[in-house]
Design a protein around this ligand. Structure first.
Ligand SMILES: Cc1cc2nc3c(=O)[nH]c(=O)nc-3n(C[C@H](O)[C@H](O)[C@H](O)COP(=O)(O)OP(=O)(O)OC[C@H]3O[C@@H](n4cnc5c(N)ncnc54)[C@H](O)[C@@H]3O)c2cc1C
Length: 241
């Protein structure tokens, strides 16, 4: 089976590949599908912090046998049951991961790898989160974590729902969320009007193009590097790799 460079590199670093089986498929809504993976060895290595993510390897239909790697947030897991859940956006145009998700069935098999991460939410008040639908699962994990572990922490989420209705998904958590077409402009407006202290710690999972605009906004607002964790989640108009 041909492997791509990234997979070869990860093998060189001895990052384990887990062969996993789909044991559940549930549509949370028409564009967000929850997939449960049976992966007991992998689940044991998870740290269980909010925003934790795995690398899912999915077939690229344009090249026989080639697998592509895509990041997905762990939204639930059970060491006893040996499973973990991921919520995958069904987007247009399809890429290898969304095409795999559309076709996935109980019994489907795939490969997952995992590189342990540290929690990246800082401790500053407030926590400002910039997100779109790709990082909505991460946002949900952050809101659940804070509600349970740090209810005193103020959190403000600027979410681009990309034309989707997220009210049913978020329920009462919608109160913490400001829907917007431009999360970066919202952050810049807060920083301009109220200063960097009003922004606190910034967590962002957005398209690469928006992350680039965000880095510029953070620099001009004077937000320190240790007060931010920003990561490209996808690339507008291009496959992720
Ligand atoms: C740390 C991390 C965690 C992530 N967690 C999740 C998660 O929990 N759930 C989730 O759904 N995604 C998540 N993502 C994003 C996901 O990995 C990307 O969206 C990925 O590019 C999808 O791969 P694909 O093969 O479907 O599309 P690609 O081959 O990457 O792209 C094909 C086309 O689809 C477009 N596209 C890709 N993603 C989106 C999108 N989200 N919305 C609209 N258009 C898109 C591209 O611009 C391109 O035109 C995460 C990414 C990272 C880095």
């Amino acid at each position: 089976m041909p492997v791509n460079v990234q997979r070869g590199y990860m093998r060189m670093l001895r990052i384990a590949e887990h062969y996993v089986t789909v044991v559940g498929v549930e549509d949370r809504t028409s564009w967000l599908r929850r997939v449960r993976l049976y992966a007991p060895d992998l689940v044991e290595t998870l740290r269980g912090h909010p925003t934790e993510w795995i690398r899912l390897w999915v077939p690229d239909s344009t090249r026989d046998g080639l697998l592509r790697q895509r990041g997905y947030t762990v939204v639930a897991s059970s060491p006893e049951g040996g499973w973990l859940d991921v919520d995958l956006v069904l987007h247009h145009p399809d890429g290898p991961a969304s095409a795999w998700t559309r076709a996935v069935r109980v019994g489907s098999k795939t490969v997952v790898s995992f590189t342990p991460q540290k929690p990246h939410l800082g401790h500053q008040q407030p926590l400002t989160v910039l997100a779109d639908t790709s990082s909505l699962p991460a946002v949900e994990s952050v809101l659940s974590h804070l509600a349970a572990e740090a209810p005193e922490r103020t959190v403000r989420v600027f979410l681009d729902a990309q034309g989707h209705d997220v009210a049913g998904l978020l329920g009462p958590r919608l109160a913490k969320v400001q829907l917007t077409d431009d999360p970066v402009a919202e952050l810049a407006a807060v920083a301009d009007n109220l200063g960097p202290d009003a922004v606190g710690f910034v967590w962002a999972g957005l398209s690469r193009q928006r992350i680039s605009a965000l880095r510029t906004a953070l620099r001009s607002a004077g937000i320190a590097r240790d007060s931010q964790h920003v990561q490209a989640y996808w690339i507008e108009g291009k496959p992720f790799g």
